[in-house]
Design a protein. Sequence first.
Length: 133
Amino acid sequence: MTFDELVVTMAAESRYTRREIRKLMRLLAFVIKESVKEGRDVHLYGVGTFVSKLDGVRYGRNSSTGEKLTIPPKRRLRFVPAVELKKAALKAPTFADDLAERFGLKKEKEDGKVRSGDRPQEGAERKTGRRRE
């Protein structure tokens, strides 16, 4: 979903205009960015948490000269999705489900394999050919 699609959907579901929603979304992004810059975590109910973490000093090596280097500490940003969001993602249709629906394939419950409707389910005979040695 793009930013504009999100704005249109939110405007349709609320009493706010698209202009107001767009302004609120930009303000939300600004507040999240500033909080992360300060090293604070941002919790969004039902969505997840933006965690700002400071990594320690690391040691490396210059690949050209072989010289040992000290890599300074770095702030990393991580997103931890909320439980509700994880559960919603698990219920989303998979690529195989989408293809099965699009091309009229049916899915067997026993083995989970997708087969076309005109192919025999069981006992399909194979050609018995000899391998060349």
